[in-house]
Design a protein around this ligand. Sequence first.
Ligand SMILES: NC(=O)c1ccc[n+]([C@@H]2O[C@H](COP(=O)([O-])OP(=O)(O)OC[C@H]3O[C@@H](n4cnc5c(N)ncnc54)[C@H](OP(=O)(O)O)[C@@H]3O)[C@@H](O)[C@H]2O)c1
Length: 359
Amino acid sequence: MSVECFVTGGTGFIGQHLVAYLSAKGHTIRVLMRRPERLAALREQVDNLGGCATRVFAVAGDLVQNNLGLSLADRDVLKHASVIFHLGAHFAWGLSMEQSRAVNVEGAKSVALLAAEQKSRLVMIGGYMLKNHEHLQRIGIDPHHPELTNWPAVYRHVGGYEGSKLEAHFATLEVMSAKGGEVTVVHPATVCGHSRTGHILDGQPLVALIRNLVQGKLTAVPGTAKHWLPLVTVDYLVELVAVCAFDPAMEGRELLALDDQTPNLRELLAQVAQPLGLKSPKHHISLRLLKLLLSIPPIAWFLNTKPEALDFIQTTRFNTTAVEQFASMHGIAKPDIRQSLQHTATFVNSYYLAKGQAI
Ligand SMILES: NC(=O)c1ccc[n+]([C@@H]2O[C@H](COP(=O)([O-])OP(=O)(O)OC[C@H]3O[C@@H](n4cnc5c(N)ncnc54)[C@H](OP(=O)(O)O)[C@@H]3O)[C@@H](O)[C@H]2O)c1
């Protein structure tokens, strides 16, 4: 059955793949675009990613504007959307609380309000740190009483991006509960490139890691042998997100999209290094020392790393039973994460690095 979908963040990395997947399934996709004049480029990309460009349309708007900056005509068109996928976010390190809140919290609330008012199912993309309960507790968030959170203190602790993602999650659930809307939340781990093509957009955290390795800036493995950067491939994630949207049993539920077969960080770097013929680091550097070094601006500049990025490298293991069961119930195959890492490294090297490098 073909349905109308509204997607925010459809021009971003996960969004492009989601739009391609949904359009290939025959759905009509309307994408919130700050620059709707880029629709032709998005359509070309959707075709390249295996989607159907003619089913993709632009809706001019911006998450920071009142009512998303939608025209009355577009609001009327969007009333037909059965599902709203909210992926739009200002995804960057070093954001102030004001900057990140305006897009990530206020924007998410506006999207939730739209979904609830017009009775569209909301599928929201959170982040896996929301499923790390020890971490939430450490930074002062009680998931059962988020209203007691001192948000400015959380932002000071974890930075603008993560702080706003955490706040957005609870704020959205509150809007949906107050308005009686239907919501499903998917919490992805750090997203790896496509399992077969390695496709990933520049600016993604994994690209920064690969770039640092290729440029010789990662001479030691951050953390210990127990530290890992949990990953999920973009194609597996997108299939989970899309299938969630049409499964009535997922209404009011949250799904952690994380591949627990992701190797530890040392092995991850070895997988990335292998297809590029590089040596990967064997020795470790403590995260505490690395953070201290990163507080020295020339070192931070040289290492091309932001302390916020290090928070995602951790020792916590997650329970992935729910996602494994959901995937098997819907026949969604989980790709091999080691191969996916190798394909991603090859893609990053060919498209973002090789031109400027002698490799
Ligand atoms: N990638 C990951 O590793 C990861 C992991 C966990 C969770 N997530 C979450 O997944 C979602 C998508 O991430 P991504 O990696 O695909 O991000 P991305 O590539 O940085 O894309 C961000 C998207 O948000 C849009 N956007 C930003 N500011 C906007 C605004 N003011 N109004 C309207 N649209 C705006 C961008 O549109 P423009 O084209 O106009 O810039 C773009 O489409 C985000 O919510 C992110 O927090 C990502």
